[in-house]
Design a protein around this ligand. Structure first.
Ligand code: SAM
Ligand code: SF4
Length: 444
């Protein structure tokens, strides 16, 4: 039990980790705003700080405790008091009790499937009661969230949560729970509201987004392609993306949609994790190198210009030099236009954490450097090969230079250009110069 504090009037939500956390962070901000609290402007004091955390790797988890310490020490308000701290997200789910014991300044611990309870828990905390809520079913959460209002030109929409795949290195099935798909009608309604609020591009999100399944307005069972087709019917929505996909859930219908649905952007994030079948088996990935490559061939046949992205883990327990070389070979063969790569991080409670032959940190460092060099090489090559092309860019924000604007190409490359434009507009540019992370364009 701790002492009462004034009810917070201002708040800040800090989200770490994946795009699903960014979505959850936005929804938490909407919940708090619906209670009459206002978001603190950048640099201003906040009465409540929500740390929306990530548990995927050890470093991400450690960050929570250092952030709590920093908030207590540096984020003093004018009257000298520290803000109320709430810990949300996957660290809250996995280590809620430990956080409560280790950090007395944390008043609220709320898991990713229970954050609709955040306002009530904050009110309890203001009256002196610390509380933890880590229930798993997600359906109650979505039903309890307020309606979407204003949105940016690009918006996230979580359609699926949780994971049943149980890759041996991963905490997601434990922190986010079993796979659930949000109902078709709810998603169509939320997308409409996002578009009415200004969104021109929607990215459908899920831990395994392509495992989404639902019943459409005619009572037919449809997959993600059916949902994308329904959303594409809105004339004001110009672009649809989705992430993250599992290779085993790439259905024929979704592959075909890439060739047929103009609004479905030619970009696919399809993690493979490793380029060696023994390692993939030990990871419980349930695909092989050959089945992954055959899948890419079918996707490229449907949409020849598709840009591919992936996730990789180097130094999975027992990974030999030769097995790592297979990953480099796969990268050479695919030619990713961007990709994320990580050193294996043992997560308590996962099967891989107790496997033998953990790879030394220095070996992981070297492998990561070599892998990232290969990925960066291919990214730059792809960007340079785009020079001379003309493409649409959805304007997202102003750039640093006067008259400069930033947006994305269909292939998710960052493009900057100078000229007359406005946020949310789709402009046509000629790509005239390329660097590793962005391209320069000229308005056509
Ligand atoms: N569901 C997606 C999939 O299977 O591709 C990815 C979800 S996970 C949030 C994002 C990425 O984090 C994974 O693709 C993997 O590369 C990485 N990751 C997960 N657990 C990890 C661990 N223990 N150590 C290092 N990287 C990890
Ligand atoms: Fe984690 Fe594997 Fe599920 Fe992706 S598919 S969230 S890596 S368990």
């Amino acid at each position: 039990m701790s002492s009462a504090a004034p009810s917070p009037k201002t708040f800040r939500v800090k989200s770490f980790g994946c795009q699903m956390n960014v979505y959850d962070g936005e929804r938490m901000a909407e919940l708090l705003a619906a209670e009459g609290m206002s978001a603190a402007a950048e640099g201003d004091d906040a009465d409540l700080v929500v740390l929306n955390t990530c548990h995927i790797r050890e470093k991400a988890t450690e960050k929570v405790y250092s952030d709590i310490g920093r908030i207590n020490k540096d984020w003093r308000r004018e009257d000298g008091s520290a803000p109320m701290i709430a810990v949300a997200g996957c660290v809250a789910q996995a280590e809620g009790e430990e956080i409560m014991a280790r950090a007395p300044s944390v008043k609220v611990v709320v898991g990713p499937q229970s954050y609709h309870r955040l306002p009530a828990m904050v009110a309890d905390a203001a009256s002196g009661k610390r509380s933890t809520e880590t229930d798993m079913p997600a359906e109650a959460k979505f039903a309890a969230l307020p309606k979407r209002r204003k949105s940016a030109p690009t918006a996230f929409l979580t359609v699926q949560e949780g994971c049943d795949k149980f890759c041996t290195y991963c905490v997601v099935p434990y922190t986010r729970g079993a796979e659930i798909s949000r109902p078709f009608a709810d998603l169509v309604e939320e997308a409409k509201l996002l578009v009415a609020g200004g969104a021109r591009e929607i990215t459908l999100l899920g831990q395994n987004v392509n495992a989404w399944e639902g019943e459409d307005d005619k009572g037919h069972t449809v997959g993600l392609d059916g949902l994308a087709r329904a959303l594409a019917a809105d004339p004001d929505l110009q672009r649809i993306r989705y992430t993250t996909s599992h290779p085993n859930d790439m259905t024929d219908g979704l592959i075909a949609a890439h060739g047929e649905l103009e609004k479905l952007m030619p970009f696919l994030h399809l993690p493979v994790q490793a380029g060696n079948d023994r390692v993939l088996r030990a990871m419980n990935r349930s695909h092989t190198v050959d089945s992954y490559m055959a899948l890419l061939e079918r996707i490229r046949a449907a949409r020849p210009d598709i840009a591919l992205s992936g996730d990789f883990i180097v130094g999975f327990p027992g990974e030999t030099d030769a097995e790592f070389e297979d990953t480099l070979r796969l990268v050479d063969a695919v030619g990713y236009t961007q990709a994320f790569s990580f050193k294996y991080s043992p997560r308590p409670g996962t099967p891989a954490a107790t496997m033998p032959d953990h790879v030394p940190a220095s070996v992981m460092d070297e492998r990561l450097q070599r892998l990232q060099a290969a990925i960066n090489r291919d990214q730059l090559a792809f960007n340079k090969a785009s020079v001379g092309k003309t493409c649409d860019v959805l304007v997202e924000r102003r750039g640093k230079l006067p008259g400069q604007w930033l947006g994305k190409s269909p292939w998710l490359q960052s493009v900057h250009f100078i000229g007359k434009a406005e946020i949310g507009q789709m402009v046509t540019v000629e790509l005239v110069d390329a660097g590793p992370n962005s391209l320069a364009g000229l308005l056509v």
